[in-house]
Design a protein around this ligand. Structure first.
Ligand SMILES: O=c1nc[nH]c2c1ncn2[C@H]1C[C@H](O)[C@@H](COP(=O)(O)OP(=O)(O)OP(=O)(O)O)O1
Ligand SMILES: [Mg+2]
Length: 216
């Protein structure tokens, strides 16, 4: 990424160089695809956590931002390069914000293998138990964090998209919970939308816009 990042989130006004290489600290292929597309116009060389063989840190934070920070800081320290991490999830009003930071964990079996049908099914069943007949209100959150090697700090940018849940799941284009999420004002699920259309309105795209605004 060309340029410098203002200390926007921390409000310290400090300016930090990013340089032209960045680690994308995610092990999720769907996220990586979206982040690579969003970052492409910045003309920056990206390396994924997977290709650098970085470990997947335990997400022990209590917020999206805390988890994004810890993933970015660990990847930066281990790689020696600035690192960008994304912690995100689906928050359902009727479920008091669940699955939230546990969105990935709701898909996992005892061995840690992910099955998104299982996760979507659980969300829908729990909604039905609380609010039958309604199109349950929900939103996605994306917290991005950029950290520098051995710095101990990170810059955060957050995005959100509101919508409703639908059943049964529709569309194969996205990842995770996309097939049951319909963004407000639209008819298609994120799973049915073309990637460029999802990028016009997604939580991840909004967080990216804030990141780009903080660049100088
Ligand atoms: O746009 C999205 N469309 C559908 N589902 C989404 C989206 N954004 C997050 N999600 C769900 C699935 C994801 O697995 C979980 C985030 O969990 P989260 O821990 O941040 O990511 P992850 O474990 O999959 O990859 P990693 O931590 O290596 O970046 O929320
Ligand atoms: Mg994760």
């Amino acid at each position: 990424m060309r340029g410098y990042l203002r200390g926007a989130a921390q409000g310290d006004g400090q300016v930090r160089p990013i340089g032209d290489k960045l680690v994308i600290a995610t092990h999720n292929a769907g996220k990586l695809r979206e982040i690579a597309a969003l970052i492409e116009p910045l003309g920056i060389q990206c390396f994924s956590a997977k290709e650098l063989d970085l470990p997947e840190p335990e997400e022990i934070g209590n917020t999206f931002a805390d988890n994004a920070d810890l993933k970015a800081r660990e990847a930066a320290d281990l790689s020696g390069l600035p690192a960008l991490a994304d912690d995100s999830g689906l928050c359902v009003d009727a479920l008091h914000g669940a699955p939230g930071i546990f969105s990935a964990r709701w898909a996992e079996d005892e061995e840690g293998n992910r099955d998104w049908m299982r996760a979507m099914d659980r969300v829908w069943r729990e909604c039905e138990a609380t609010e039958p007949d309604a199109a349950p209100a929900a939103h996605f959150v994306c917290a991005l964090a950029i950290a520098w090697p051995n710095d101990g700090q990170a810059e955060n940018f957050e995005g959100r998209v509101d919508g409703t849940l639908t059943w049964p799941p529709r569309g194969e284009k996205g990842f995770g919970y996309d097939p049951i999420f319909v963004p407000a004002g639209h008819e298609l699920t994120f799973g049915e939308m073309e990637p460029d259309d999802k990028h016009r309105m997604s939580h991840r795209a909004e967080a990216f816009r804030k990141l780009v605004e903080a660049l100088q």
